[in-house]
Design a protein around this ligand. Structure first.
Ligand code: ADP
Ligand code: MG
Length: 379
């Protein structure tokens, strides 16, 4: 079943209440028992049951009735809650078709309050991330129940925090607008990812820009960790915009040098393979840190609202996903696969592909949502 935002206009206040109750229950339960949903939502048994059935039909929740009578939120349900919150805050007025497929996200055209085009990134974490999570169960403790939601939300929060800090330091990144749950709203970048370009008008200049950027980031205190043709966008003037930040590490991270070298190498490789340019010299970690020809960045990036343990978790998940993709390996971890079977990102991608409107794309449902009392949040 496709996620159709037109259903936004049909959801009642009570349905929203119950959906939110399931989300709250998931902080402590993998499947939230029906009586707990009733008590959190403060809705009597028979209406709660009907509402849950309705939410189930719309695939906003899933039910496990075999071993246990319990409810959980699906990715659809989580999308719904995030979009609804963003709409209620006025940061989103419409959502359109998917514009980019990343490895761990869906990015959509969307519309801001003044009709401006913005990008909406919904973080998805692949099956592979779950192995990393399991290794860190100590830190996660009870939150492991909500692992995919928890990880996707962490990724969004980190992305938003770093985008803000980078923007404030004058780095060429999208302008962060808002974040809720696993969703990030940012300015739309009218440019193409480098991997889509067959040729460059001024390849040497672009190369120079990219190397300066990677060095400047290091001198500001961070390594991007995925600085490559998929996350570097070039506009018509071949000006660069860097995107995708959940895997960033500080330059003091034990693997910072390794990640930095890998970032630099991926540019060198891209120029060699795609553009037939043999790069002769490239910056090393030490040189970049010591290079006093480069301007100093004012005391490093100030990133707030993000815990070190959470950061470690995301970086571990990212590295694992990366190793997995490089191996081209199938997922051997059956248990994990089961855990996320219904939320497999590829299936979800289908589900998210609603009617493609002409660009700038808008979807009516959210506008209706705005009109139809979206401010009735659960108090
Ligand atoms: P992932 O973490 O899944 O790799 P990205 O942040 O790299 O996600 O985004 C995936 C794709 O979506 C990008 O390659 C790009 O084509 C597109 N995209 C992402 N952010 C924007 C934006 N702000 N404006 C325009 N396109 C974007
Ligand atoms: Mg990316």
């Amino acid at each position: 079943m496709k996620l159709d935002v037109t259903m936004f206009r049909y959801i009642t206040k009570e349905e929203f209440r119950v959906l939110t109750a399931v989300e709250m229950g998931m902080r402590n339960h993998e499947h939230v028992p029906t009586p707990l949903v009733e008590s959190i939502a403060k809705i009597n048994r028979s209406s709660c049951y009907k509402i849950l059935q309705n939410l189930l039909r719309n695939k906003l929740v899933a039910h496990d009735g075999q071993s246990y009578d319990g409810w959980r939120l699906t990715y659809h349900g989580y999308d719904f809650l995030a979009l609804r919150a963003l709409a209620a805050r006025g940061t989103l007025t419409a959502v359109g078709r998917r514009l980019g497929v990343g490895k761990e996200s869906d990015v959509h055209y969307a519309q801001g309050p003044d009709g401006e085009l913005v990008a909406l990134k919904l973080h998805r974490l692949g099956r592979i991330s779950f192995r990393a999570i399991k290794e860190k169960r100590d830190y996660l403790r009870h939150r492991v129940h909500a692992s995919w939601m928890y990880m996707a939300k962490l990724a969004a929060a980190k992305e938003f925090a770093y985008m803000k800090a980078l923007k404030d330091e004058g780095f060429p990144v999208p302008t962060p607008i808002d974040q809720n749950r696993h969703a990030v709203v940012m300015s739309f970048v009218d440019a193409k990812p480098l991997f889509q370009l067959r040729q460059l008008q001024h390849p040497n200049q672009v190369l120079e820009r990219l190397m300066r950027l990677v060095v400047r980031l290091l001198r500001a205190g961070i390594v991007h960790g995925d600085f490559n043709e998929f996350n570097l966008m070039l506009d018509e003037d071949e000006k660069v915009t860097l995107i995708d930040f959940p895997q960033i590490v500080y330059n003091s991270h034990p693997n910072a040098e390794e990640f930095f070298d890998r970032d630099v190498r991926s540019i060198v490789e891209f120029f060699r393979k795609r553009l037939n340019i043999e790069v002769q010299e490239w910056p090393t970690f030490q040189e970049a840190l010591e290079d006093d020809r480069e301007e100093e960045v004012s005391g490093g990036l100030k990133v707030t609202g993000f815990k070190a343990e959470e950061d470690a978790l995301l970086v571990a998940a990212h590295e694992q996903g990366r190793a997995h993709r490089e191996d081209g390996a199938e997922d051997e971890d059956e248990e994990d696969a089961e855990e996320v079977a219904e939320e497999h990102p590829d299936e979800h991608r289908e589900a998210m592909a609603f009617q493609p409107p002409a660009r700038p794309a808008v979807q009516e449902g959210l506008q209706d949502l705005l009109a139809a009392g979206s401010r009735q949040a659960l108090e």
